[in-house]
Design a protein around this ligand. Structure first.
Ligand SMILES: C[S@@+](CC[C@H](N)C(=O)[O-])C[C@H]1O[C@@H](n2cnc3c(N)ncnc32)[C@H](O)[C@@H]1O
Length: 341
């Protein structure tokens, strides 16, 4: 190979190592609450003194964190960068942190050992890890603002007054829907007890708890009213249901919908269009699909044609989609009851 090729590939290695190192520095600083000490300017000596740590080590780490872009240097003092402040101080930042934790704690070990795991029938199970469930629910919130805007473009959602959110996570979609209309009512269904409790707290904080109930348990096992919901949501959880479970799931949802009710399914899709590739979502979603499939109790991301067929077989018609991310790599697939307009 030519020297030029070596040089090009060496720079590719550097381009891979750099984000790994940046991520490690970021996580270290977040996990040990270092960055919150730099909301006001502080020198390395001041930091070393309050933490009672070696000054040279502190100075070296701070310099590395500044080189990575997580701290800003002004003379001898450092402050956390605007991005780190966003992570520390905003709700969206918290969702971003959860996504980073998920990438490191869940995706990296699974994807890193994937080829070896493919040889074995012994698949890891996802179920039962409460810390992971909370991380995933927190992380899902990163797309919430866009998703809510898109949801109101789904036919029938603006008129809907009775909602059911299956796998409601922290209950934020339900909360926003209930905030919009004072005459609306909502039920959330959440498998994980800890996550369900966080949903109750969110609803109470928004003052809508009297019009909402969070049911802890499996949607399949709970008794909820038939024929009364104008909108049923399945947000980011279709992959908790195996392929063969999806048609029965949709049939069951259909029983709960009011005559003009609509089912809205939010999901990532693996799409290879230029815009999704350019946004980096193709890599994210394809890796997410692989991550899901290796688990014994999870299924892959839906294939659009298969999903439409499952909805149709269950008795839905007038299906459509509304993009959440440009290019539609994350979108709502909606479906209304057969023959009811
Ligand atoms: C990825 S989270 C998404 C949370 C929320 N819908 C969102 O988009 O922000 C999926 C949630 O679905 C819940 N879930 C999965 N299967 C369920 C089932 N059969 N019944 C009720 N909840 C379920 C999980 O516990 C988890 O909290």
């Amino acid at each position: 190979m030519s020297k030029l090729t070596d040089l090009r590939y060496a720079s590719e290695i550097a381009a891979l190592v750099r984000p790994t190192v940046r991520l490690a520095l970021l996580r270290g600083g977040l996990d040990d609450d270092v960055f919150s000490e730099f909301l006001e300017p502080r020198t390395a000596s001041e930091f070393a003194e309050t933490r009672a740590v070696d000054r040279a080590l502190a100075a070296s780490w701070l310099r590395a964190a500044a080189a990575a872009g997580w701290l800003e240097r002004h003379g001898n003092a450092y402050t956390s960068s605007p991005f780190v402040r966003w992570l520390l101080e905003t709700e969206m930042g918290d969702a971003g942190r959860a996504m980073l934790e998920e990438a490191v704690l869940a995706y990296e070990p699974i994807l890193g050992s994937y080829p070896a795991r493919m040889k074995s029938q012994d698949r890891p199970a996802w179920n039962g890890d409460t810390a992971a469930a909370e991380r995933v629910a927190r992380g899902s919130r990163v797309i919430e603002g866009r998703a809510l805007k898109a949801l109101f473009r789904v036919p029938g959602v603006r008129q809907a007054r009775r909602f059911m959110d299956i796998g409601c996570g922290e209950g934020v979609y339900l909360m926003r829907l209930l905030e919009r209309h004072r005459d609306s009512l909502g039920d959330g269904v959440e498998l994980d007890a800890g996550v369900a409790e966080r949903a109750r707290v969110h609803l109470a904080r928004a003052g809508v708890q009297r019009r909402a109930e969070i049911h802890t348990g499996d949607f399949h096992a709970l008794e909820l009213p038939h024929g009364s919901y104008d909108l049923v949501l399945l947000n980011n959880n279709l992959y908790y249901f195996q392929d063969e479970e999806r048609e029965p799931l949709f049939e069951r949802i259909l029983e709960h919908l009011s005559p003009k009710g609509v089912l809205a399914i939010q999901s990532p899709f693996v799409s290879d269009d230029p815009l999704s590739r350019w946004l980096g979502v193709t890599t994210m979603n394809a890796s997410f699909d692989a991550f899901l499939r290796i688990h014994s109790d999870l299924a892959g991301l839906p294939e659009p044609d298969e999903l439409n067929a499952q909805l149709q077989n269950a008795g839905f018609s007038s299906m459509g989609t509304v993009p959440i991310v440009p290019g539609g790599s994350v979108r709502f697939v909606w479906a209304r009851k057969a023959g009811r307009g």
